[in-house]
Ligand binder design. Sequence first.
Ligand SMILES: [Zn+2]
Length: 154
Amino acid sequence: MAGEGTIVACPRCGTRNRVRRSTQGAPRCSVCHADLPWIVEATPDAFAQELASSLPVLVDFWAPWCGPCRMVSPTVERLARENAGRLKVVKLNVDEAPAISARYDVRGIPLLLLIRDGAEVDRLTGAAPPARLQAWLEPHLRPVSEAHPVADQS
Ligand SMILES: [Zn+2]
């Protein structure tokens, strides 16, 4: 297991893309160049690398035994889809990462942490409905128009 990325199906054409860790920009479909939803299940070892992104990073601290985490998980996945190209989502199982949980002062889960340029800018504890989460995120994301500075020519 070298952690060579995650397979993500393109929402537009269905192509299965291998998405690697990247510090610059967002992953795009290799065939149609649509922005891909970016969700990563981070291991503790790779966590710091995953946060080093030019996009805002939403960290979902969760655990398998946590019922509210299961409720918020589909919402987080939906946010990744709806904000493809503007947001990276990193999921971290707190049971596997006690040191990281301590560093970020995780007292209750689910905890959503918003990171920009490697630093925490906001956090939200507990399950929240999709509309509230999107409203919470929106001020931290680039406007849709700026997220696509270059139109696809191909
Ligand atoms: Zn595609």
